[in-house]
Design a protein around this ligand. Structure first.
Ligand code: ADP
Ligand code: MG
Length: 521
C-alpha cells in the first residue's frame, strides 16, 4: 500500500492599482495587448524599480490571516533565467527571506484519524515577486506573440509543507485559500483567468515508511486552470504512480501537465537536475524593514541599519483584517443556528450572507415591522431558518435570472423580514409566499399590499373553514364511507377538496384539525 504525499505551490496575482515596481496599471481585464507597460516593466537599461508598498502590505495581510510569522528584516533578490516573457532576463523575487513563513491553514477533512474533523496544513512560506508577460502560441504560425500587460504585476507565492494526502484535500485547501484572499481583498484569485495558479507536487511512499522521513520521487503538475482539475489531476496521478510502483517500475522525476479533454496528466519535461537561478540580492531596491508601530514610536533602533520608516507596520495591517471565512461560519452557527449547508453558502457567497444578516437584524430589532404581531423570542431560530430558506431558494434564483445581487433587487431586507413574519404567523401559505415574492420582486410593493391585492391571505377564520369542511363532507359520501371502513387516505383527499373549495387559501393545518374533529378521530 502506498500513501500519497502532496505539497502545493500557489501563485496569486495581487489586486493593486499599479504594478510591483512601477506605476503602470495592474489591470487584469485589459483586453488590448501591451497597453499597461513602461520602461521599468519592459526592463529598459538605466531604469530603477520602486517597491509597491500596497503589495507588500497585502502579502503581510495574507500571511497574518494564515497564521504566519512575518520576516521583519527582508529584501528582494534576482532570480536569473532567460525566457521571452521576461524582458529583464531576471525576475525580482524573494528567496532567502520570504515575507511570511511558518503558518498554517485548517481544512475540513473526512480523514477518520482526525477527531476534530479538521486538518492543519502547514504553510512553509509566502513571498512576493513579479509576474511575467503572457505568450500566445498561434496555430500554424512560425512565431509567437507576447503581451507585457502582465509583466511586473505583483504576485504572491505560497508554498505548503507536503501535508496533503488526496485530491479532495487539495480542493479544500485551494477553495479555502481562495476565499480568504477574496475576503481580504488581496486577490480576486480566479483560476480561469490565471489570477491564481496551483502547482501540485506529488509522490507516493510505502505505508511502512510513514513514520520515517523518507519521501518518494515527486512529480510536479503545472498549468492547471481550475480547482476541480487540480483535484482530478491528483487523483489521476495517485493512480498512475501506484500502478507504476506496483509493477516494480520507478516514478520519473518530471514536470507534467493536465489534459482536460483526456482527464490525464502528461509528461512535459524531465527535471533531473535543478536549474541554477543564480539568486542574489537585488541591488536596486533597499531592504524592507517591517515593524510594529508601537515599537517604531518608541524609536527603537535596529541593529546595524539606519532606522528608516518605510510605513509598513504589522499592527496596523493586523487591524485591517476583516472577519475570515472560518470565523464567519462559527459566528453564523452560534448566532443563527442555521444548518451547515446554509452557513456554507452564506460564507462562500458573501453578499448573499450579508443580505441574510440584514434580514436577521430586522427580525431581531423589529423597528420597521411594528405593524405586525411580534413573535416571541423563543421563535427566533424558526424565523432565521424561514428567512434563510426563502433567501436561498427563492430570492437567489430570482436574482440570478436577471444577473443581479440580492441586495440590488427590489426586495429590501426589511420587506423580506416583513414577509417572513407573515409566513411565520400563517397569514400566508408557502405557495402564497412564493407568489407574493414574485410580485414584490417585479414591482417592489410591500408584502402587506401584495397579499391584500392578490388576495393571498390564508383563510384561518374557523367559522369560514368549518363551513367549507361541512360542504366538502356532504359532497363526498364515498370518501366518508371509505374512511369509516378504516382507510386513512380519504383525509388527504378531503383536505385537498377544501383547498380547492377555498382556492388554495385555507390553512391546511387548521383544515386537518377540523376534519378530524368532525369525523371524531
Ligand atoms: P523543489 O526544490 O523541487 O522546488 P521544494 O522542497 O522547494 O522542492 O518543495 C516544493 C513543493 O513540493 C513544496 O510544496 C513541498 O511541500 C513539496 N514537496 C517536497 N518534496 C515532496 C515529495 N517528496 N512529495 C511531494 N511533495 C513534495
Ligand atoms: Mg522550490
Amino acid at each position: 500500500m502506498y500513501k500519497p504525499v502532496i505539497g502545493l505551490e500557489i501563485h496569486a496575482e495581487l489586486r493593486t492599482k499599479t504594478k510591483m515596481f512601477c506605476d503602470s496599471l495592474n489591470d487584469p481585464d485589459e483586453k488590448h495587448p501591451n497597453i499597461n507597460v513602461c520602461p521599468i516593466c519592459m526592463g529598459h537599461p538605466g531604469t530603477l524599480p520602486v517597491a509597491n508598498e500596497d503589495a507588500v502590505k497585502k502579502v503581510i495581510m495574507a500571511g497574518l490571516a494564515l497564521n504566519c510569522k512575518i520576516e521583519k528584516d527582508t529584501f528582494f533578490e534576482r532570480k536569473n533565467y532567460f525566457y521571452p516573457d521576461l524582458p529583464k532576463g531576471y525576475q525580482i523575487s524573494q528567496y532567502q527571506k520570504p515575507l511570511c513563513y511558518g503558518g498554517w491553514l485548517d481544512i475540513e477533512t473526512r480523514d477518520k484519524r482526525q477527531e476534530t474533523g479538521k486538518k492543519k496544513i502547514k504553510i512553509t512560506r509566502i513571498h512576493l515577486e513579479e509576474d511575467a508577460g503572457r505568450l500566445y502560441h498561434l496555430p500554424n504560425k512560425d512565431y509567437s506573440l507576447v503581451d507585457f500587460n502582465r509583466a511586473g504585476v505583483p504576485l504572491m507565492e505560497l508554498v505548503t509543507e507536503p501535508d496533503l494526502e488526496s485530491g479532495e484535500e487539495v480542493r479544500k485547501f485551494a477553495e479555502e485559500l481562495r476565499l480568504i484572499l477574496r475576503y481580504l481583498g488581496v486577490s480576486d484569485a480566479d483560476m480561469e483567468k490565471g489570477q491564481m495558479r496551483v502547482e501540485v507536487n506529488i509522490s507516493l511512499r510505502d505505508k511502512e515508511q510513514e513514520t520515517s522521513n523518507k519521501f518518494g520521487i515527486k512529480v510536479e503538475i503545472k498549468n492547471i486552470n481550475s480547482i476541480k482539475f487540480a483535484a482530478d489531476a491528483v487523483d489521476y496521478e495517485i493512480k498512475r504512480q501506484t500502478e507504476l510502483l506496483e509493477a516494480g517500475e520507478k516514478v520519473k522525476q518530471e514536470t507534467r501537465g493536465w489534459d482536460e479533454q483526456k482527464g490525464a496528466t502528461f509528461s512535459q519535461r524531465s527535471k533531473e537536475e535543478a536549474q541554477d537561478y543564480r539568486y542574489f540580492p537585488e541591488p536596486d531596491l533597499p531592504p524592507l524593514l517591517i515593524r510594529d508601530k508601537r515599537q517604531a514610536a518608541k524609536g527603537e533602533p535596529r541593529q546595524g541599519r539606519e532606522t528608516r520608516d518605510q510605513g509598513i507596520f504589522i499592527d496596523e495591517i493586523t487591524a485591517l483584517i476583516p472577519e475570515l471565512p472560518q470565523q464567519r461560519r462559527e459566528r453564523f452557527a452560534r448566532q443563527y443556528s442555521l444548518p451547515e449547508k446554509d452557513i456554507d453558502l452564506f460564507t462562500t457567497d458573501k453578499t448573499l450572507g450579508d443580505y441574510f444578516e440584514h434580514v436577521a437584524s430586522e427580525l431581531l430589532s423589529f423597528d420597521k415591522l411594528d405593524h405586525l404581531k411580534r413573535p416571541e423570542p423563543k421563535h427566533q431560530q424558526k424565523l432565521f431558518k424561514l428567512a434563510s430558506n426563502y433567501i436561498i431558494t427563492e430570492l437567489k434564483r430570482m436574482a440570478e435570472e436577471v444577473y443581479a445581487e440580492p441586495a440590488d433587487t427590489k426586495i429590501s431586507p426589511e420587506m423580506m423580514a416583513d414577509l417572513v413574519v407573515r409566513i411565520f404567523h400563517g397569514e400566508v401559505s408557502s405557495s402564497g409566499a412564493q407568489t407574493a415574492l414574485k410580485e414584490m420582486f417585479a414591482t417592489g410593493a410591500s408584502p402587506g399590499k401584495v397579499i391584500e391585492e392578490k388576495d393571498l391571505a390564508q383563510l384561518s377564520n374557523i367559522g369560514d373553514l368549518e363551513m367549507a369542511v361541512s360542504k366538502v363532507i356532504a359532497d363526498n359520501p364515498k370518501a366518508i364511507g371509505d374512511f369509516k371502513k378504516g382507510s386513512e387516505a380519504p383525509i388527504k383527499f378531503l383536505i385537498g377538496a377544501v383547498m380547492r373549495e377555498t382556492k388554495g387559501k385555507a390553512n391546511p393545518q387548521i383544515v386537518e384539525q377540523i376534519i378530524k374533529r368532525k369525523l371524531k378521530i
